[in-house]
Design a protein around this ligand. Structure first.
Ligand code: GCW
Length: 748
């Protein structure tokens, strides 16, 4: 209980100090009095107390900028001032050289002769990394935060602040860090009308009608938060793109936004519709082989760079879910991607070309095989500035999927990973699900592409095949809600995405602990149980939604709540239905993807394929992904599959109850506002979990005709009620309702 950050019951001295700092923040316009509503994310910089305060005050006595006050360095200084004054309760003097023990010197060797003379070995950290080291300057002990670029210095400053925020010793530092991935990007699925596809945190944060004249202060706050975790790119608009984004009206607005983001090292990218030459300029075709089409894109890109000189490039969803693409002209995905690549290359721009492409033919092969079959033969055909953007799994952001077989399968092509940070398929806004464990599971999966040790992390960080253009993209969960992400714990997913994109080998648990300490308190009586809760949260969702390797069992359209009964129909393509994936029948359940079935296993390296293909050796948590298994099959536990499956649903519900109990005992460590919101959301999550459990059990019972095992309660409603019930507007922001009005009992 020594170094408690609890601002609820401060001793009188602390109260005075806290008030003083709050006043300081308000006066300087740096913060807000509404400190506990989640707006300040993990950058709260609340006062430090006890012996840590003494230590940190000795380690931070003055700020010494090492270089001219360019925008990024000015922002670095502002962040250090904001962070240190918030935590240490006093403003730090600014000095032109080191004059006291405890000076903090920050800058680049180019900007500062002192930093140059320290020989920090900065060659190791590249253009975006940093070194933080305790050194002696003119006989005084100082901390130097240095990078080869101003942006590296900014990243280093955030790291230094994090050390204090998480109560690490800072007296004797030698930290060397460089990002392992080059492109660390948030993809916004934001529409220009302010709605957000699969967004659950309010309307879009980009206020197109206010731009370019008015620049909301949220843009800067957003940029700071991104820079604090190393995110360096933002795709502003939905991959289901409209042509307006490429018109001069919007380019002017984009230029204004790009200028705000730029000092924080963030480049702007755009999603582009492949047929823009037709919709904007009435060309008769968008065929990349047509010289007029190529000229159109060349001119368009020149125009974009005129508006936004540091423009990053394009993201494309082509030939996917109705979006136009090269296949319409009988051309390959490589021919489509290279059209963009060639016009962007002269400016150093890149193309992120999504591999989320699948056939619309209902009689085609197994849906999860299609992207591999389309892209794998094209290895080596993509230009150097194209990066294929693979979703983490071969299907579609499900609670659990095996890794996407394209990872490691294209040695001559850049590959990056796309994950959802928004929880479209994992409970959406209110459910507490920490995605760090999901990302970590994929990153650590061994593809065996070049033998043992060929993890997905090594594919995307370029260490397996030596690519330079490496990256990770996360579909943002950010909106205009005051707390940015719709819930406090959703913020942890933005946070962990950035940290893993910086270092895909980092530990999800360690990152969760940092986030909890910065977002709430360093008190171990809080940190330990909350990290535990986060670490078990994703498996809970898997258990009550898609246990044992099931996938895509959600309601149609909204993707909210259970829908295992969703079957193909006139408006429901087979591979969007649930029954396509479960393959449940009177005998058993699961999709046979072995050689006797679709043979999707053969898309993996032989070692992995053999494991997945073996009923005995297949990881049980992917069992029904790869195998159709009799209900009576004996699992390793000795239970039948039927028994085991139903127990997973129950276990998921039990875990949520457990999480609720943990949280309920922590009120004394959290401000009332964030405590209550989280408690209420956990209550709603329990209802959601019970709904999933009951509806799923009711449906599987109707298929297996087996009795419920002891300990499994019968669902409270008949199956037909679950089938009829739907939450009409969940998760389809801006679109119409996804189901007719329902007048029956409410299972959720
Ligand atoms: O999972 C699906 C979503 C769509 C999304 C699509 C994609 C942007 O339900 O809303 O469209 O993935 O990734 O393109």
């Amino acid at each position: 209980m020594t170094h408690l950050d609890n601002t609820l019951r401060p001793r009188s001295v602390r109260a005075a100090l806290a008030l003083g700092v709050t006043a300081l923040l308000i006066v300087s316009g740096l913060g807000t009095a509404r400190a506990a509503d989640g707006y300040r994310l993990w950058l709260r910089y609340v006062p430090v107390h006890g012996h840590w305060l003494e230590r940190y005050r000795q380690a931070a006595t003055e700020l010494v900028p090492g270089g001219p006050a360019q925008p990024t360095l000015r922002d670095t200084q502002a962040e250090l001032e904001r962070g240190l004054s918030g935590m240490l309760g006093r403003a730090l003097p600014l000095a032109h050289r080191v004059t006291t023990n405890g000076a903090i010197l920050f800058g680049t060797p180019r900007g500062s002769a002192v930093i140059r003379s320290l020989r920090l070995g900065l060659a190791r950290v590249g253009s975006q990394g940093y070194v933080i080291r305790t050194v002696r300057v003119d006989g005084r002990r100082a901390t130097v935060i240095a990078g080869n670029s101003d942006i590296g210095v900014l990243y280093g400053a955030f790291r230094f602040l994090r050390l204090m925020q998480t109560r690490r010793a800072v007296r004797s530092l030698d930290i060397v860090s460089r990002p392992k991935l080059r492109f660390r990007i948030l993809d916004f699925w934001d529409n220009l009308n302010g709605t957000v596809e699969r967004g659950y945190a309010g309307s879009s944060i980009w206020k197109w009608n206010e731009l370019p004249q008015y620049l909301s202060p949220r843009y800067t706050a957003f940029a700071r938060a991104c820079a604090s975790i190393g995110i360096n790119g933002v795709v502003l608009n939905n991959v289901n793109a409209t042509p307006y984004i490429l018109t001069p009206l919007y380019l002017g607005k984009i230029a204004a936004l790009a200028a705000v983001l730029r000092p924080y090292g963030i480049r702007v990218y755009l999603s582009v519709p492949f047929n823009a030459p037709m919709t904007i300029s009435h060309l008769k075709t968008a065929n990349p082989l047509d010289p007029a089409v190529r000229a159109w894109w060349r001119a368009k890109v020149a125009q974009i760079y005129h508006y936004v000189p540091n423009f990053g490039g394009f993201l494309a969803k082509a030939d996917s879910e109705g979006e136009p693409g090269p296949a319409q002209y009988g051309l390959t995905q490589a021919q489509g991607a290279n059209l963009f690549a060639r016009v962007l290359a002269p400016y150093g721009g890149i193309v992120m070309w999504r591999t989320f492409v699948y056939s619309t033919n209902p009689h085609s092969e197994d849906r999860v095989m299609q992207a591999y079959d389309i892209f794998k033969p094209l290895d080596g055909k993509f230009d150097a500035n194209v990066i294929l953007q693979n979703k983490n799994g071969p299907l579609d952001f499900q609670p659990r999927e095996p890794f996407n077989p394209l990872f490691g399968a294209m040695p001559k092509t850049n590959e990056m990973m796309e994950v959802e940070i928004t929880k479209e398929y994992l409970g959406q806004q209110t459910s507490l699900v920490y995605l760090g464990t999901l990302y970590e599971e994929v990153l650590r999966s061994d593809t065996w592409a070049r033998g043992r040790g060929s993890s997905v992390a090594r594919v995307i960080d370029g260490s397996l095949y030596g690519e330079r253009d490496t990256g990770m993209a996360g579909v943002a969960n950010i909106g205009s809600d005051r707390n940015w992400c719709g819930s406090i714990f959703n913020q942890s997913n933005w946070y962990v995405f950035g940290r893993l994109a910086w270092n895909p080998n980092a530990s999800a648990r360690a990152i969760a602990a940092d986030w909890v300490r910065m977002t709430f308190t360093n008190n171990p009586a809080f940190v330990r149980p909350v990290v535990h809760m986060m670490m078990i949260s994703r498996e809970a969702v898997v258990d009550y939604m898609d246990p044992l390797g099931l996938a895509s069992q959600m309601a149609a359209g909204t993707h909210f709540g259970p829908g295992p009964w969703v079957h193909p129909g006139p408006h429901m393509p087979p591979d969007w239905s649930s029954t396509y994936y479960s393959r449940a029948n009177a005998e058993g359940i699961g999709f046979n993807r072995t050689a006797t079935g679709s043979d999707a296993v053969s898309q993996y390296a032989p070692h992995v394929a053999a494991k997945f293909a073996s009923l005995r050796r297949c990881p049980q948590d992917l069992l029904l992904w790869f195998h159709h298994v009799p209900w009576t099959y004996r699992m390793r536990s000795g239970r039948t599959l039927w028994d085991s499956l139903l127990r997973h649903y129950q276990r998921g519900v039990d875990t949520v109850k457990h999480m609720r109990r943990i949280w309920a005992g922590l009120s004394r460590y959290v401000d009332p506002q964030r405590f209550r919101m989280t408690a209420a959301f956990l209550a709603s999550q329990q209802l959601n979990a019970e709904w999933w459990r009951d509806a799923s059990i009711a449906y599987w019972e109707s298929i297996s005709h087996l009795p419920l095992p002891p300990g499994i309660a019968p669902p409270p409603f008949p199956l037909k009620d679950y089938e009829a019930f739907c939450v009409p507007y969940a998760g389809i922001s801006g679109a119409g309702p996804a189901c007719p009005p329902y007048n029956g009992p409410v299972p959720y």
